[in-house]
Design a protein. Sequence first.
Length: 203
Amino acid sequence: MNDNKSTNIIWHDGKVTRDRRSQLMKQKGATLWFTGLSASGKSTIAVEVEEALLEREKVAYRLDGDNIRHGLNRNLGFSADDRHENIRRIGEVSKLFADAGVISLCSFISPYQADRDEVRKIHQEHQIPFIEIFVDCSLDVLEERDPKGLYKKARAGEIKGFTGIDAPYEAPISMELHLRTDQLSLKEECQVVIDYLLENNHL
Ligand code: ADP
């Protein structure tokens, strides 16, 4: 769908390329996209990975579902259309961060495969690495964890359209990494991510 409302706009190229920025910064930009149900561990892992990258002298920056909804996306709710727009905007912002040379860590439930594929496409079109990480955990464990009490509220009917309870989550089929957070420790999960980045020449 082409929903472009702007006309007569022409891209203005700069003189500094991404490669030159990358040489200066001694790192390559990329987007790590953490997807999974609420409380699966997306934000917790992103925080850990951010610190592990910093220790390797790599700059990362976290874009986090709740945080972004406080600002840039505060005018969006949780309908399918708003969830789509939420992810589209974040995808574009993350692409900008990665283009600037930063390792962008995105933690968003992002329940629809089509939306995640759209973000991947935005990155591919600009030859920017997009790494989809499925943060997977059984619903039983999630409901036990329930750090924000949201599952309890959703089960009681106090939250409508809660992903995994009465709104769908489309698990990734083809992703770069699959983390079972009900089987691994946080430290192990972080190591899997760092190893992947090293093995695939992203660091
Ligand atoms: P999300 O960002 O996916 O909504 P959070 O990171 O906010 O999830 O919450 C995950 C919760 O699960 C945290 O309270 C965290 O301490 C807990 N947790 C328990 N085990 C793990 C694990 N192996 N990996 C990540 N989080 C875990």
